[in-house]
Write a protein of this length. Structure first.
Length: 262
């Protein structure tokens, strides 16, 4: 799927989310998270289903994410993840239900401190029912393990869309609108302390800003009181490995915001 540098087809209401920059409260839980590596890890690059285009690079400014001793509490969600997954599996809100093999809900720790949100399932994800299992998923696993010293099981991974768009095309507004409540309820159920938006569609949705990825990277964002860090989609990094250093810059925001040991 392609990411455009300029404003594209997706349109989100300006008042969709609370984007106040105050209240970045983060709290470390006992026993979590080992020290990150000192520099950007070497991540093997191979061909993959990847984004056709990506915004030109803009070096991230030094942005310090404010930390406080109290965590902002998201709204209580009455629907648990298991019930929500069942609801998603029966969804027929848009035409993607006609072409999918199965829905792709999410995977990982249901109480994860860190959540990753991508764009949409690909062919492998549609076949297995699990997000980020193809080559882009393997790269994401390396980013998590080598960059953050975490495992896939310690984070939660989901996509903006729960069904694969045909030929991996860009999500259409009606599809985003149909899946939006599911992702919102996932986030409310998990209550992560930080969300990483992978690629422009996820970044636009979570920040409520319809602009280029280069303008969103390196800035402070929130989704309903939860800090959001914007970075490149792993599929794009497979095709454009020179942007790995910029992704590493973005990971520094995650490390700082979660107060990980260095």
């Amino acid at each position: 799927m392609s990411e455009q540098d300029t404003a594209g087809k997706l349109h989100y209401p300006a008042d969709l989310h609370d984007r106040s920059l105050a209240g970045w409260g983060i709290r470390r839980r006992r026993g979590d998270l080992a020290s990150p590596v000192a520099g950007p890890p070497e991540i093997p690059v191979s061909d993959s289903r990847a984004l056709d285009t990506e915004p030109e690079v803009l070096a991230s400014p030094d942005v310090g994410l404010e930390k406080t001793s109290e965590r902002v509490s998201p709204a209580v969600n009455p629907l648990g993840l298991a019930d929500l997954a069942n609801l998603v599996s029966d969804c027929r809100k848009c035409s993607l239900c006609e072409s999918r093999i199965q829905t792709v809900f999410g995977v990982g720790d249901p109480q994860a401190r860190l959540m990753f949100v991508g764009e949409a399932p690909g062919a492998e994800e549609d076949r297995t029912g699990e997000p980020f299992v193809g080559r882009a998923g393997q790269l994401l696993d390396r980013i998590v393990s080598q960059g953050l010293k975490l495992t896939r099981e310690q984070v939660y991974i989901a996509n903006l869309l729960k069904c694969r768009p045909p030929e991996n095309r860009d999500p259409q507004p009606v599809e985003v609108a149909s899946c939006q409540p599911y992702l919102e309820q996932q986030i409310e159920a998990i209550q992560p302390q930080l969300i990483v938006a992978l690629g422009r569609p996820a970044a636009m949705f979570l920040t409520g800003q319809e602009t280029s990825l280069k303008r969103l990277r390196g800035e402070s964002h929130q989704y309903k009181g939860i800090p959001v860090v914007v970075t490149y989609h792993p599929a794009f990094l497979l095709r454009q490995p020179q942007y790995k250093a910029d992704c590493w810059q973005d990971l520094q925001q995650v490390i700082a915001a979660l107060d990980l040991p260095r």
